[in-house]
Design a binder for this molecule. Sequence first.
Ligand code: GLU
Length: 307
Amino acid sequence: MKDINFNTIFNDIFIELQPMENPGVAASYIPELAKIDPDKFGIHLSHVDKGDFYQGDSNERFSIQSISKVFSLTLAMRLIGGNLWSRVGVEPSGTAFNSLVQLEVENGIPRNPFINAGAIVVCDVLMTYLDNPKVELLDFIRTIANNPSLEYNQRVAESEKNTSDRNKALIYLMRDFGNIHNDVDEVLDLYFYLCSIEMNCCELAHSFMFLVTAGMDEASGEMIISPSQAKRINAIMQLCGFYDEAGEFAFKVGLPGKSGVGGGIVAVHPGKYAIAVWSPRLNRKGNSYMGMKALELFTTKTEDSIF
Ligand code: GLU
């Protein structure tokens, strides 16, 4: 990587994005999410050697939604290792994140752990192996984020629960195929809890540093997962982290990452940095419109991606 001034790059990105029209629309199918100011924008870079750089509303917490599916996957891999892969696949879906279509044809085995069906199966695994799933899951996220103040948002979780017909359809279909082992309402409750975790861009970037450092916790130096597991999670993020737009994200940005319908995106450059961006207006595929643009500009200006 050439010698880069990240402050200058963030300033330049800000200047380029500001006049740009944003045709995106904030998610409203979860009514609580529609209450957020859609024009928020924040970005935070956490670099292993060079420290932290940020711009805009990077210290304001938001609903990280599907991004937290990376944490639930990490915890499930710690608990049952490779046995997870008989319950959920590792292939891109090419369909919407809440689609029922493939699930019927593929016998209730979701394509990957980041579409809703896959994350619901991962929650089912956590229900089986943890005594107190919500508490232990939040504790785990707080540990890898090195931040005991992290919380979920009860209003968002309830809002999701009240509009959950599609997620209910997914879980009942999977239960019919024998791929759900616990009470469906309890599994969904854990799933909504997981999706309603809140973080700001700084917290989000730091919580992904273990995927930059091959599984090692940046504060304690302890291994959260093995280097091989970190490689696998990064691979799944690359292939499945952006709904059915993972190809577009790889093409334009060139980093593994994960987005959520709250407008957040985190991307990881293994060995170098984690970067989080937040802008609630989503494109048609459910990814943050300006978030993608900002990250595309970032890897273009730094002339550095994993490819
Ligand atoms: N909680 C959301 C849902 O189940 C997650 C959506 C997302 O961020 O992909 O629809």
